[in-house]
Design a protein around this ligand. Structure first.
Ligand code: LLP
Length: 430
């Protein structure tokens, strides 16, 4: 079945030669907050959530649990929560953030390979929807914690389907040798053991094979494994009522082809693969919802000549946006007031590492010292992975909604960074 999916409009557009986020000119935010600064569009997040919901609407009443790790700012979680989304969490910190942002506990699923006793206790007390267990040992610990608290833990195993997702090795999670999940071949034995433990209700099954997938084939392979396992588990007497198909749908970073699958194609594929499963489906999208809802706004400090290409030195660095140095990620770089002139240049930050390079030999708008520039697709895995390396202030975040905007995390300045350090008494000077 094909259905029309509302097009997600780009909230970052040139108006009168100046890049805006929705109705707000970016220079207005730079003048008020300074640079570098992350800027998110509420409209884009809502659009992405709606597009996905529409694409999955043929699947009954699926739970779309936003993978909080992509962008855990409370205002971002609240924006998506207002669209009816739940949360996929991987830590006690993310549980606290999701609850604080108003996500109901029964819309929260807990993933992750190293859940601790404390984290399990917090999630049980909150009454979350499901624990996605990643080992038999984790099932035993959860049983112990649940029994001690007099609660029942709703759980499923995350199964590793042994699929190569064709994404960057550092964000691939479903290959046979990966640290995640239990092997599909061990599932029946592990479920049998877990189902015999007190305090556990083995109601579900989960899979997540990686992030930024640009083809549907690996998803299909993984979901086929899950479908076969559901049938086998039922024959073995397990009452499986929930299947969590994870996240991973890729987004467009580079306008050049290949384009990632559309939500409609993803939805149609899921519909085909899950026909007859008779379960509630859960999805854990992160990047799809927020990546293209954000930019990192930065100012050019200076342009310096290079042997092959000049260096555009911006005031954002690898500590603010780790993805290029960590995953060789490509982010579009655009001038906020493009002149129409183009240059080929290297774009770097001020940090003292060669890895602090955003782009090499990039053809882009010509820029000079003092010009504003954006890194696009910076709404996911960007602000949340920032650090203060080189004693650089922690980058602030701004949320735009129409012509309104607000600082949703202020800059953590150097005075506050230093105030966090403690000089022991034997080193103190007066
Ligand atoms: N569920 C689980 C269990 C996950 O581990 C992840 C992402 C997701 C859902 C959400 O995946 P998404 O829909 O966002 O692809 N820092 C890397 C990405 C790491 C992804 C980790 N897990 C990056 O910047 O590309």
């Amino acid at each position: 079945m094909t259905r029309s999916i509302s097009r997600v409009a780009d909230p970052f557009e040139l108006r009168g030669g100046v890049l805006h986020c929705e109705d707000v000119p970016l220079p207005e935010i730079a003048a008020s907050v300074g640079t570098p600064v992350y800027i998110y569009s509420s409209l884009a997040m809502r659009d992405h959530a709606r597009a996905l919901r529409e694409a999955l609407s043929g699947l009954g009443d699926p739970l779309i649990a936003y993978a909080v790790k992509a962008n855990p700012n409370a205002a971002v979680i609240a924006t998506l929560g207002a669209e009816g989304l739940g949360a996929d969490i991987v830590s006690g910190g993310e549980l606290a953030r999701a609850l604080a942002a108003g996500i109901p506990a029964d819309k929260i699923v807990f993933s992750g390979v190293g859940k601790t006793r404390e984290e399990m206790g917090q999630a049980l007390e909150a009454g979350i929807c499901q624990f996605n267990l990643e080992s038999g040992a984790e099932a035993e610990l959860l049983s112990e914690v649940a029994t001690a608290l007099g609660r029942e833990a709703r759980a499923g195993f995350r199964v590793n389907p042994g699929v190569e997702p064709g994404t960057h090795a550092k964000i691939s999670t479903g290959a046979a040798e990966s640290k995640f999940g239990i092997q599909a071949s061990e599932a029946l034995a592990e479920y049998a053991k877990a189902a015999a433990l007190p305090g556990l209700r083995m109601q579900g099954i989960a899979v997540h094979i990686g992030s930024q997938l640009t083809s549907l084939a690996p998803f299909e392979q993984a979901f086929a494994t899950v479908g076969a396992l559901i049938a086998e588990l039922r024959i073995a007497g397990h009452d499986i009522t929930l299947a969590d198909l994870g996240g991973g749908l890729g987004v467009r970073y580079d306008p050049a082809p290949p384009a990632p699958p559309s939500p409609a194609d993803y939805g149609a594929m899921v519909e085909r693969l899950t026909r007859g499963w008779d379960v509630r489906l859960v999805f854990e999208p992160g990047r799809f919802l927020v990546a293209n809802a954000g930019v990192l706004l930065t100012e050019v400090i200076r342009v310096k000549p290079g042997v092959t290409h000049p260096f555009v030195i911006v005031d954002a660095a690898m500590n603010d946006l780790m993805r290029p140095t960590l995953y060789d990620a490509w982010h579009a770089i655009e001038a906020v007031r493009p002149s129409g002139r183009r240059i080929t240049t290297n774009v770097v930050g001020p940090v003292c590492e060669t890895g602090d390079t955003f782009a090499l030999a990039r053809e882009m708008d010509a820029v000079e010292a003092g010009d504003l520039v954006v890194f696009r697709s910076a709404g996911a895995y960007a602000a949340t992975m920032a650090s203060t390396y080189n004693s650089r202030p922690l980058t602030p975040e701004v949320l735009v909604d129409g012509d309104k905007w607000a600082i949703i995390r202020p800059r953590i300045d150097v005075a506050r960074l230093i105030a966090g350090d403690v000089i022991p008494e034997w080193l103190a000077h007066d």
